[in-house]
Design a protein around this ligand. Structure first.
Ligand code: E4P
Length: 225
């Protein structure tokens, strides 16, 4: 399962790339708004940092299919043809997905709350489909189960569309989907760091160091003992 950062804060992205095995970055209009910066300025900085081959997902804003297509082409022109154009999975969006994927652009169907939407997005040629796990949970549904059903629909129909599960609020949601072998998850910085946070592990590592220092002296390692 690919692991992407769902954020546009450049300092956070840099830090996570330094320590964690990260495969790309996703943004949406609300995430860009939080950055408070010009969208193309921050996105270009992210693209330059992650490299031209890494996955970067950027959403269109227009409501009409024809405008989404023009906007999608512009996103790819500014940020590289490899950039995934995120299109909301509504009727106009399906029309835009068909057009952009036919032109060879990479498309991510976003704002997916139901397997029905995901099925249609796959048929429309989307490379990725992004179900909103936590938002589905908040509506009284089961975001993890919905994502697994979408995975099965794609597998059982031989569709090329991959999952990009999104909207996570805890590490358990991420782990259950990793166990199921879905294609990718995009996760906010706090939840990514939460995958590693464990005081028991930290204290075990500290105990190893303390025992070693008792043996050979404070600050010593296998380099100079
Ligand atoms: C990503 O594609 C989605 O836009 C995002 O994960 C939504 O997350 P949220 O529910 O935390 O806003």
């Amino acid at each position: 399962m690919k692991l992407l950062i769902d954020d546009a804060n450049f300092e956070k992205i840099k830090r996570l790339y330094e320590f964690y095995p990260i495969d790309g970055v996703t943004t949406n209009p609300s995430i860009l708004a939080k950055s408070g910066r010009n969208p193309y300025e921050v996105l270009t900085q992210i693209r330059d940092f992650i490299g031209k081959d890494a996955d970067l997902h950027v959403q269109v804003i227009s409501r009409k299919a024809e405008d989404m297509v023009v906007e999608g082409r512009k996103i790819a022109e500014r940020l590289g043809k490899n950039t995934l154009i995120k299109i909301p999975t509504v009727e106009e969006g399906l029309k835009a997905m068909k057009a952009l994927s036919a032109e060879g652009y990479r498309v991510t169907a976003t704002a997916i709350y139901t397997p029905q939407q995901a099925f249609l997005a796959g048929k429309a040629g989307a490379d990725y489909a992004a179900p909103y796990v936590n938002r589905i949970d908040n509506l009284g549904g089961d975001g993890v189960q919905t994502t697994m059903r979408i995975h099965d629909i794609y597998e059982n129909n031989g569709m090329k569309t991959q999952l990009l599960a999104a909207s996570f609020k805890n590490t358990q949601q991420v782990l259950e989907l990793a166990e199921y072998g879905i294609g990718a998850a995009t996760v906010g910085p706090d939840v990514i760091e939460g995958l590693m946070k464990n005081v028991t592990v930290d204290s075990a590592v500290e105990a190893f160091i303390a025992d070693f220092e008792k043996l050979v002296g404070t600050g010593k390692t296998m380099l100079d003992c």
